[in-house]
Design a protein around this ligand. Structure first.
Ligand code: ZN
Length: 133
């Protein structure tokens, strides 16, 4: 078992984590209809195609909803409460669960424009977060 608090990459989501390490938000996209997907799928939800490729997303989105986490549920939360949990609607049409950074909790509003950012660990892993655009 890993001692890292980072999510464990596996074969299906490796491009996502590789992308984060290199500062890119990478998501699956259907090669047939252009539909973006998250989380990882083996078949397009829109047209049923299995021709799915990884592509760089814009990293731009808007806050759909948010909540404050005031208790520590994960080692990653240590010393940084409250953590701002958010659902962000990306320009690509997918909604992601994420954390917001570089913003006061009271300043977060639904509809706020955000852009992707990356939290890096000392061992070189990276987690996708968002900050005000
Ligand atoms: Zn499709």
């Amino acid at each position: 078992m890993s001692t890292s608090w980072f999510p464990e990459p596996d074969n299906s989501n490796l491009p996502y984590f590789d992308g984060a390490r290199s500062g890119k938000l990478r998501l699956q996209r259907c090669d047939d209809c252009g539909n973006w997907m998250f989380p990882v799928r083996s078949r397009c939800q829109s047209c049923g195609s299995t021709q799915i490729k990884w592509a760089d997303a814009s990293g731009r989105g808007t806050v759909y909803t948010h909540a404050l986490l005031r208790r520590e549920y994960h080692p990653r939360h240590a010393g940084r409460l409250p953590v701002i949990m958010a659902q962000v609607d990306l320009e690509e049409g997918v909604r992601v669960n994420t954390n917001l950074v570089d913003v006061e909790p009271g300043a977060v509003k639904a509809g706020m424009k955000v852009t992707v950012a990356f939290e890096h660990s000392p061992v070189g892993e990276a987690v996708v977060v968002f900050r005000p655009a």
